[in-house]
Write a protein of this length. Sequence first.
Length: 154
Amino acid sequence: MSLWLLDTNLLLRSVDQKSEHHDVAVAALLELAARKDEIYVSNQSLFEFWVVASRPLERNGLELTLANINFLIDQFLEDYINLPDPTSIVDEWRRLVTAYRVSGFKSHDMRLAAYARLHGIPRIMTFNVADFKFLKVEIDTVSPNEFLSNPAAY
């Protein structure tokens, strides 16, 4: 059994049937569940999901109703493990962004990495593996396509 933290983009693509990555996202999540892997979702990813899901289409959002977004978040919380943010998350995040000289938008990724590290979750599944490539700590980032091409490797 493996432990996985889901990046926000995986959650978004799993519900966005218009996304070219929808089928891959759903297939990867179903495979993880079938294997009985432990699948985690962070508070940060739930917040980010809300932001994108509620944003208008013309601003690169999904334009879902608030009731629908709440329903989907309830599903995520039912299907995946949600652990609280550790009290030391800000310290670990600051350590990572300082050590790897991260600024701007990629700071969000470092907070996700800090969450994974502090909870002992060794893998993050993401469509944006490149966003984590500079991260030299012991976190494995795997795309859903990579995972599906060889699930036994994980």
